[in-house]
Design a binder for this molecule. Structure first.
Ligand code: PA5
Length: 332
């Protein structure tokens, strides 16, 4: 897993090439973009959504469920995104998009989705197989950006991708050392991650998922300022978790309101008796893409370092596999 994280800069480059090779035909006026997928295959959609929020007026939604919402219609561009191509929720969403005559793109390394796309004449963005889906974050995001650019729905992110590649290469060793130190703090604690601006919400959630899947620990993500209006009241109960929670604040100076950082600082003061500690981590880089990746890759490294300290294998996800297996034996 560590190796895959270290090779993310090359993956971003290859993902760009994969996206360029997809043939795109502009069909009609577009009202919205929906990216449907689950787990590691949905996070690419979140990256696209955050970038487009700052870039265009087209609404982008990430949909993690079987049935698509009513807003999906003939003027929707839908990406059905599943690394394996066999995730039942994504297959069901693809089928409901097909029924509604939506313009669909399939993003996958193979499986049933690839077969259905070939059979239905749906453009297939084929990515390399053999990785854990959550490690294919570049392949699950960049090709979508390229296709949306070809459709004229967003600008060309090539420079931002290049900046991100350079930043990751330069900072990886430093982040790894810092991740190892944070891993020590998190050992035997419950991590709570607070994202302090909306473009970092997916990053906070990515931290939670990576800690769950790679390090096999329970973790929780919340958003500030919202959670300071409700969740803050929950600290202290049940009392056996007092001093067992470690708070991580994710901060991006360019997108966060300055009051949110003050809010975070005042909030952790109030929680002093209940938490084991806290740290704030700030984004690095110029473009939004690079800034988001700077903290998301750091989170990936933390999850792997914690996995190492806990003696668990970050590559395997037996409980998820078992659940998929038992569901596949139940009638749809
Ligand atoms: O990271 C993982 O392995 C999971 O979160 C998967 O991404 C999730 O189960 C969905 O599978 P897939 O990505 O193959 O659609």
């Amino acid at each position: 897993m560590l190796d895959l994280i270290y090779h993310l800069p090359e993956q971003l480059q290859n993902a760009w090439v994969v996206g360029r090779s997809c043939s795109v035909r502009k069909r009609r006026k577009v009202d919205n973009v929906v990216i449907t997928g689950m787990g590691g295959s949905a996070i690419g959609g979140e990256i696209v959504k955050s970038l487009l929020l700052a870039d265009t007026s087209i609404p982008v939604m990430v949909w993690r469920d079987y049935r698509l919402p009513p807003m999906v219609g003939r003027r929707t561009v839908l990406f059905a995104s599943s690394y394996s191509g066999n995730t039942e929720e994504t297959i069901a969403a693809y089928l409901s998009g097909r029924e509604r005559g939506v313009q669909i793109f399939v993003l996958t390394s193979g499986g049933r989705l690839a077969e259905m796309a070939a059979g239905d004449g749906v453009p297939l963005i084929k990515i390399p197989s053999g990785m854990p889906p959550r490690a294919a974050i570049g392949f699950m995001s960049i090709p979508i950006l390229v296709v949306l650019n070809k459709l004229g729905l967003c600008h060309n992110y090539e420079d931002d991708i290049m900046e991100t590649e350079i930043l990751l290469k330069e900072r990886m060793n430093f982040w790894r050392r810092r991740a190892s130190a944070l891993g020590n703090f998190l050992f035997k604690q419950i991590p709570i991650i607070y994202s302090m601006s909306r473009v970092l919400d997916w990053v906070g959630y990515r931290w939670q998922c990576q800690l769950n899947e790679n390090a096999k620990v329970i973790a929780h993500h919340g958003c500030l300022p919202e959670q300071s209006h409700n969740e803050v009241m929950g600290f202290g109960a049940p009392d056996f978790i007092n001093k067992r929670i470690f708070i991580i604040g994710l901060f991006d100076k360019k997108s966060a309101h300055h009051r949110t950082l003050i809010r975070f600082q005042e909030m952790v003061k109030l929680l002093r008796g209940y938490i084991a500690g806290f740290r704030i981590y700030e984004t690095e880089g110029k473009s939004l893409l690079a800034r988001m990746f700077s903290l998301s890759v750091f989170g990936d490294l933390v999850s792997v370092m914690l996995a190492k300290q806990r003696g668990v294998d970050p590559l395997t996800i037996p409980r998820i596999d078992e659940l998929k297996g038992s569901l596949s034996r139940r009638k749809m």
